[in-house]
Design a protein around this ligand. Structure first.
Ligand SMILES: [Cu+2]
Length: 193
């Protein structure tokens, strides 16, 4: 891109990117770095960063998190522990932060059934309350309540199990996923479990 980047400019760019990363912008992984007093600017793209540990991010698949065909459970979408849709997994007794990654839509995380054996059989019209249920403890019947854009709620995974989850507002838009609560499990479609 540039044959020569003055050392001070490189330092300024590094500082700028570090500051950007520290704010952990949800999906803002590209932009333009402008250095005051210098007659050029630099476009950059940062790799997708993982969410903080023990965080579930949620948004519409079309808002960026997408859907995934999991080899074990089938198509899931809307929820992630990284940046892209995946089957979720945590050990029991973890306290998880559910974070709405959207800039414009409220979302929920509702647990409406045990998953049973794979692949996941998502019913066409499950009971998904918008109001909060379960008192911050996750098992079948838990509902986060509406989480506004950028906001979070915490829930404790008190009971081992494999659950079907969905969003009360956007289940039919593909916010359907599997949450595994079991010792030693790893999230994601590419890890044996
Ligand atoms: Cu939603």
């Amino acid at each position: 891109m540039f044959k020569y980047l003055p050392p001070f400019a490189a330092a300024a760019l590094t500082i700028g990117l570090a500051a950007c990363g520290a704010h952990g912008s949800a999906a803002g992984t590209s932009g333009v770095a402008v250095m005051p007093g210098l007659p050029f600017e630099i476009s950059y793209t940062l790799p997708d960063a993982a969410l903080p540990k023990n965080t579930i991010g949620e948004e519409l698949p079309s808002e960026g998190v997408g859907t995934k065909k999991d080899p074990t459970w089938g198509k899931v979408g809307g929820y992630t522990q990284t940046r892209k849709a995946q089957v979720l997994a945590f050990p029991p007794n973890t306290t998880v932060t559910i974070r709405n990654l959207s800039k414009s839509n409220p979302h929920t995380l509702d647990v409406f059934a045990n998953a049973g054996k794979p692949p996941a059989q998502f019913p066409s019209n499950p009971n998904l309350p918008i109001s909060a249920h379960g008192n911050g403890k996750l098992s079948v019947g838990y509902a986060s309540g509406a989480i506004n854009p950028g906001q979070s709620v915490k829930v404790k995974l008190v009971k081992a199990g494999t659950y079907l989850i969905g969003c009360a507002f956007h289940y039919s838009f593909g916010m359907q996923d599997v949450l595994i609560v079991k010792a030693g499990v790893k999230p994601g479609p590419d890890v044996l479990r």
